[in-house]
Design a binder for this molecule. Structure first.
Ligand code: ZN
Ligand code: MN
Length: 489
C-alpha cells in the first residue's frame, strides 16, 4: 500500500502552534532612530546601533512598545507590569551583533486568546504570549559566487504572536491567520503588507494517531519563515502528510528530536535544515544595556483607549443594528475602510439595506474593475447618498444610476446632479413623452402585443424592456408599466 492511499483515509490529526512575526507600523527602528521605509538602497538605513558596533547603546522605541501592548490587549492577554529585553545569541551572517534583542522569561504579555469561526463552529485559539523583538538583515544571493548582505531591515520592530498548539485543521489555520490579520488592520499596528514581508510565520507541527487504543505523536517539525498565508497552508498540509508517513514507520516523538525545516515554494516541499535548537542553545540573558519597562495604570489606560471596535464586535453590531445578513456583514467588515464607508453612507441615507446593496454590489464592482482601494475611490459617501436620493425621488432610473451615472461620477469626479446632466439621463416622467415611446413599441411588436392580449401576461416585461431601450433607460419604469397595462387591456 502506498503512502498516498493511506493519506486519503486521513487517520491522523494535526497539531499546529504558530509564531507570527509582525512588522510594527513605526517610523523608526526598535532601538535606534534609523527609518523603516521599505525599498531604500541597500545599507542606507543603518547606524552604529543597528550595525551592532561595540560600545553603542540601544534605546527602546516607545511607540513600538505601545503598539505591541495594544495588540496584546485586543488578544485578551495579561499585560506584564514589569518586562524586559533579553539577548538571544546566534551566529548568522545577517545578524551583525551575533544576538537578537528579544524577550525571554518576562514577555510584555501572556495568556490571551483569539476566537475564530469555522464550518465546525466557533474555535478558541490560545495565545501564549505577545512579545517584542528586532528583525535581522537580509542576505541577497548574487549567483553562486557571492552573497551580499543588506542591513536596512536589521533592528526593525517585530511583534511576535505565539499561539498555543490549538490549531488542528487547515481551515482553522486559515481562519486564525485571516482573523489575526484583520484584527491587526483594525488596530492599525502594522501595514500588514505581505509583499513587503510585514507578516511572516514559523509553525510547529506534529501529527497524532491512534495506535492500539493509545495516541502516539510524531516528532515536531518547525517550519521557518513562511511569508504568505497560502505558503503556510500548503506547507502545513504537506508536512502533516510527511509526518504521518514517518509515524506509520514507527518514528515517534519519543525517539526523534525536533527538526527545523524550510518551505520550498517552487518544489512544494519542506526541506530539512537542522535539528531544532533548544532554548538553552540560545544562551538567553537579560540585555544589560536596556532598562526593564514598567507599565503604570495611566500608560496602560492610554493604550487601551486607542483600541477601536474590533471586527467581531462590529460584525455583531452590523447584524443587530442594521438588520443585514451575516454574508453581507462579512463582506463589509472584512475591509475596515469599506465598513467605514458604509456607515458614513447610512448616516446620510438612513437606509441601511439599500446602502448595503450599493456598497457591496456597485461600489465593490467599480473598485475591483478599477483596482482601487476604498480610500482611493473618487465618489465619497455624500455624493453617493445624493445619487441614491435621486433614484428614490424617481429623477433617474435605478439602472442608469447604478451603471452610467455612477461611472460618470467616478470618471469626472462630479456630483450626482452634474453627472445626470452630463449623461443626459434625467428620468423621463413626462406622460406625453412616455406615451409616444409606448405607442412606438406597441406599433413595432404586434406579435408580442397579440400574445399579451391572449393571456401571456409575462410579455409585458419584454415590452417594458423595449420602451426602456427606446428611451435609453431614461423612462420612469413605473409609469411605463402603467401606460402599457392601460393601452394593452
Ligand atoms: Zn540604526
Ligand atoms: Mn522571533
Amino acid at each position: 500500500m502506498s503512502s498516498a492511499e493511506v493519506d486519503t483515509k486521513c487517520d491522523y490529526r494535526m497539531t499546529i502552534g504558530l509564531e507570527g512575526h509582525v512588522q510594527l507600523k513605526t517610523e523608526s527602528k526598535m532601538f535606534c532612530g534609523c527609518p523603516t521605509t521599505f525599498g531604500a538602497d541597500p545599507n542606507t538605513q543603518v547606524c552604529p546601533v543597528c550595525l551592532g558596533m561595540p560600545g553603542v547603546l540601544p534605546v527602546m522605541n516607545r511607540r513600538a512598545f505601545e503598539l505591541a501592548v495594544k495588540t496584546a490587549l485586543a488578544l485578551d492577554c495579561t499585560i506584564a507590569r514589569v518586562t524586559r529585553f533579553d539577548r538571544k545569541s546566534y551566529y548568522y551572517p545577517d545578524l551583525p551583533k551575533n544576538y537578537q534583542i528579544s524577550q525571554y522569561d518576562l514577555p510584555l504579555s501572556h495568556d490571551g486568546r483569539l476566537d475564530i469561526e469555522t464550518s465546525q463552529g466557533k474555535r478558541r485559539i490560545g495565545i501564549i504570549r505577545v512579545h517584542l523583538e528586532e528583525d535581522a538583515g537580509k542576505l541577497v544571493h548574487a549567483g553562486s559566487a557571492a552573497s551580499n548582505v543588506d542591513l536596512n531591515r536589521t533592528g526593525i520592530p517585530l511583534m511576535e504572536i505565539v499561539s498555543e498548539p490549538d490549531i488542528h485543521t487547515i481551515e482553522e489555520l486559515h481562519e486564525y491567520l485571516a482573523s489575526l490579520k484583520l484584527m491587526l488592520v483594525y488596530l492599525d499596528v502594522s501595514n500588514c503588507n505581505m509583499e513587503e514581508g510585514n507578516i511572516r510565520a514559523d509553525a510547529n507541527i506534529s501529527v497524532q494517531m491512534d495506535s492500539g487504543g493509545a495516541e502516539v505523536s510524531s516528532p515536531i517539525s518547525e517550519i521557518k519563515n513562511m511569508n504568505s498565508f497560502s505558503a503556510c497552508e500548503k506547507a502545513m498540509a504537506y508536512e502533516a502528510k510527511r509526518l504521518a508517513r514517518r509515524l506509520r514507520d514507527g518514528i515517534t516523538l519519543d525517539t526523534h528530536p525536533k527538526e527545523t525545516r524550510g518551505w520550498d515554494e517552487e518544489r512544494g516541499v519542506t526541506v530539512g535544515q537542522r535539528e531544532k535548537e533548544e532554548a538553552s542553545d540560545y544562551r538567553y540573558f537579560p540585555d544589560p544595556d536596556l532598562a526593564p519597562v514598567v507599565m503604570d495604570d495611566a500608560w496602560l489606560a492610554k493604550i487601551r483607549a486607542e483600541i477601536p471596535e474590533l471586527p467581531q464586535a462590529r460584525r455583531k453590531r452590523f447584524v443587530e443594528k442594521y438588520g443585514l445578513s451575516e454574508y453581507d456583514v462579512g463582506v463589509l467588515v472584512s475591509d475596515r475602510a469599506l465598513a467605514d464607508y458604509f456607515e458614513e453612507l447610512v448616516k446620510a441615507t438612513k437606509d441601511p439595506r439599500t446602502s448595503c446593496v450599493w456598497v457591496t454590489q456597485h461600489v465593490l464592482r467599480e473598485l475591483k474593475s478599477r483596482n482601487l482601494t476604498v480610500n482611493e475611490f473618487p465618489v465619497s459617501p455624500a455624493p453617493l447618498a445624493e445619487l441614491m436620493s435621486m433614484v428614490e425621488d424617481q429623477k433617474v432610473s435605478i439602472t442608469a444610476a447604478q451603471t452610467t451615472i455612477l461611472n460618470v461620477m467616478i470618471a469626472e469626479n462630479i456630483s450626482a446632479a452634474a453627472a445626470v446632466e452630463k449623461a443626459g439621463l434625467a428620468q423621463v416622467s413626462d406622460a406625453s413623452a412616455l406615451e409616444a415611446a409606448v405607442d412606438a413599441v406597441i406599433g413595432k411588436f404586434p406579435k408580442e402585443v397579440a400574445q399579451f392580449r391572449s393571456g401571456k401576461a409575462g410579455v409585458v416585461n419584454f415590452l417594458m424592456g423595449m420602451v426602456m431601450k427606446e428611451t435609453r433607460g431614461k423612462a420612469n419604469p413605473q409609469m411605463v408599466r402603467e401606460l402599457l397595462q392601460k393601452k394593452l387591456s
